[in-house]
Design a protein around this ligand. Structure first.
Ligand SMILES: [Zn+2]
Length: 400
């Protein structure tokens, strides 16, 4: 390659003397061209660079850099005199974040492709804030993504060199990844190698050692129709994000006691509590509007209720509080990861267990009791409402 831009070989060089070739106003910004090929325009899925352009005591911000058929265009917020000599300062915060996001994308995709050879890269976007990549050919599960994330971190720790070489596109090795059409478009290709993990034909800016990435975090995974869309971030931005999330959880650890490792279980419980609350509202509404569920079977009153959100103890307390005078049976059922049932009799010829222990066993539960109270439980019931209805039907038969 004749004109190797400095950002390919020396990405840390951030200041250049430049000549303003032209400056034109376009809508609410300016298009400035410079003679030197020192700043990278958007392309190949990577955003354009930002920076400052200074001529004498005048300075304009480079908001973005693009390219057209005539070359590189700096999009700025002000104009500078054509023909003037000036100074260009690359926004290294933006570039360095892009380098980290981009190089980690190389590693991530290379590892994914090692796991699943049928995967191809679709849409790709890298800027200074984050990166997104579309993996075509599979709907990957979270475990695979997390495993890959951990492997990327391992390569970061290994601090392998990231190098560029220029090869004849006709003789390019099959192991080198390249976007479709790239080998036909150019005679020579720049191949970027990261350790012995990845070699890709790429025009982007990369870190020079994998250790420079520092940290890598997947932020979002979406799958649909044999596609997996992954959003990620690298470097200090990733570390800060993880740190702030950890602190959010840590803050609550003291007001709502739990162990940090139990966060997943706490969230599961919270989701269950929200669902239960909704069902409990529905139940309360039904009780207040239609009254309790009482059937008269001969001269026996059979009362039964489905009570989301109740645990074994609150069921027991409730069953004791329901006033009964006549011959009656009360059955209370609480759904949950462990569904609970309690049956209480009053003035009945037989013990409580006679009316329910068989159905409980029949439907896969366990339980016991003496005299007027029977309690039972069921583990991991898929359709608790159906189980409740089945129990009621069986108890009804036994009463009759
Ligand atoms: Zn690249």
């Amino acid at each position: 390659m004749n004109d190797v831009p400095p950002y390919w070989t020396d990405p840390d060089k951030s200041e250049f003397d430049v000549s303003i070739e032209s400056a034109k106003r376009l809508d609410d910004c300016y298009h400035i061209r410079i003679k030197e090929n020192v700043i990278r325009p958007a392309g190949g899925g990577q955003a354009g660079e930002k920076g400052l352009l200074i001529v004498g005591d005048q300075s304009v911000s480079i908001i973005d850099t693009i390219s057209d058929s005539a070359g590189v265009v700096l999009i700025t917020d002000g104009s500078l005199a054509e023909g003037a000599r000036g100074h260009l300062e690359i926004d290294m915060d933006w570039r360095s974040s892009m380098m980290k996001n981009h190089t980690s994308e190389h590693l991530f995709v290379a590892i994914i492709k090692k796991k699943n050879k049928d995967i191809n890269v679709g849409e790709l976007w890298i800027d200074g804030k984050h990166g997104t990549v579309e993996l075509l050919g599979a709907e990957l599960d979270l475990d695979t993504i997390f495993e890959t994330e951990a492997e990327v971190m391992k390569i970061i720790e290994e601090d392998s060199p990231v190098t560029s070489s220029f090869v004849d596109s006709k003789s390019i090795d099959q192991s080198v990844r390249s976007r479709e059409g790239l080998t036909e478009k150019y005679d020579q290709l720049r191949v970027v190698s990261a350790g012995d993990i990845d070699a890709s034909a790429c025009s982007g800016i990369h870190v020079t050692r994998t250790g420079d990435i520092g940290f890598f975090k997947v932020l979002e995974v979406k799958t649909s129709e044999k596609k997996t869309h992954v959003e990620f971030v690298a470097g200090m931005k990733a570390a800060r994000l993880v740190s702030s999330l950890y602190n959010e959880a840590l803050r609550r650890k003291y007001s709502y006691p739990y162990e940090m490792e139990q966060l997943g279980a706490v969230l599961d419980r919270a989701k269950l509590a929200v669902d239960d609350k909704q069902k409990l509202i529905e139940k309360t509404t039904q009780l207040l509007s239609s009254g309790s569920t009482v059937e008269q079977i001969a001269d026996i009153s059979f009362r039964h209720e489905y009570l989301p959100g109740y645990d074994a103890n609150s069921l027991k307390i409730l069953s004791n509080q329901i006033a009964v005078t006549e011959s009656s049976i009360i059955l209370l059922f609480a759904p949950g990861s462990k569904s609970q049932v309690i049956l209480r009799t009053n003035g009945m010829p037989q013990d409580a267990s006679e009316y329910i222990s068989k159905p409980v066993l029949q439907f896969g539960g366990r339980g016991g009791g003496k005299g007027e109270v029977f309690t039972g439980g069921f583990v991991d019931v898929e359709e608790p409402m159906k189980l409740y209805e089945n129990l009621v039907t069986e108890v009804r038969k036994l009463i009759a």
